[in-house]
Design a protein around this ligand. Structure first.
Ligand SMILES: [Zn+2]
Ligand SMILES: [Zn+2]
Length: 243
């Protein structure tokens, strides 16, 4: 391979860039390269952006050679790992991470506010633009609960001791998840199906444990019959055997 055949990569650098992260085009490893390694070119210890300047780089991982051509960064992101901006919805201060957008010279960064759940865009000069905002407090809370409803509830590590039969049923009906309702009641469901399949009545945790204990043979039998399909995570509806 002649030198001119070496791959060339380009990356934005700023006036005061003393090191860059480069992805090796041969092995795709990322390494940090110091400007001071090219003393002949980088007389001031920073990378030079000029049409005639390319840097010959040897990958620290695979020893493959390539060229690095700096180009002038266009976005004026400030230095430092984060920038404090004001949430355009609730005016709280949000510390937004800017290392990546600065490194990649991106024009904006999407951010969300943990206080009010709004989503907005952050620009290099600190300006923000609202993308979406929850319309009101009560709605937000209801929205959050709706999301929570569809999330599976993971039993704590002591669950097997506290709720042995509920835990066993959870293992037997692998396709169903234990859903927690707003009022704290629980139900085994497969919400991926339309309509959702249910695998237990909706009960308080104590009552569900008693139900699972009383009906454990029904669940064990269901598992024995459908074991292969359940292992393949196929939907297996359960015939309701409770009132
Ligand atoms: Zn490499
Ligand atoms: Zn906010």
């Amino acid at each position: 391979m002649s030198e001119s055949d070496l791959p060339e990569i380009s990356k934005p650098v700023r006036r005061d860039t003393t090191s860059v992260l480069l992805v090796c085009p041969h092995c795709l490893e990322t390494d940090r390269h110091q400007a001071s390694a090219w003393q002949q070119i980088n007389l001031e210890g920073v990378f030079v952006v000029a049409p005639t300047v390319t840097y010959g780089v040897v990958c620290q991982s695979c020893q493959g050679a390539f060229y690095f051509r700096p180009k002038a960064a266009e976005q004026a992101w400030p230095s430092g790992p984060t920038m404090d901006v004001e949430c355009p919805n609730c005016a709280r201060t949000v510390a937004t991470q800017i290392s990546v957008v600065r490194d990649d010279d991106l024009p904006l960064r999407p951010e969300d506010c943990e206080a009010c759940n709004s989503q907005f865009e952050v620009y290099p000069d600190g300006k923000t633009e609202l993308v979406s905002a929850p319309s009101s407090g009560p709605l937000t809370e209801r929205g959050l609960k709706a999301i929570k409803f569809f999330e599976s509830v993971t039993f704590d590590p002591n669950g097997a001791r506290d709720w042995p039969f509920t835990t066993e049923v959870e293992q037997l009906v692998t396709v169903a998840w234990l859903h927690e309702f707003e009022d704290g009641t629980l139900q085994f469901m497969d919400a991926d199906q339309e309509p959702p399949q249910v695998y237990s009545p909706r009960l308080t945790p104590d009552a569900l444990e008693q139900f699972c204990e009383a009906n454990i043979e029904a669940y064990r039998g269901f598992h024995d019959i459908h074991e292969a399909a359940l292992d393949r995570r196929e939907s297996v509806p359960m015939v309701t055997f409770w009132e």
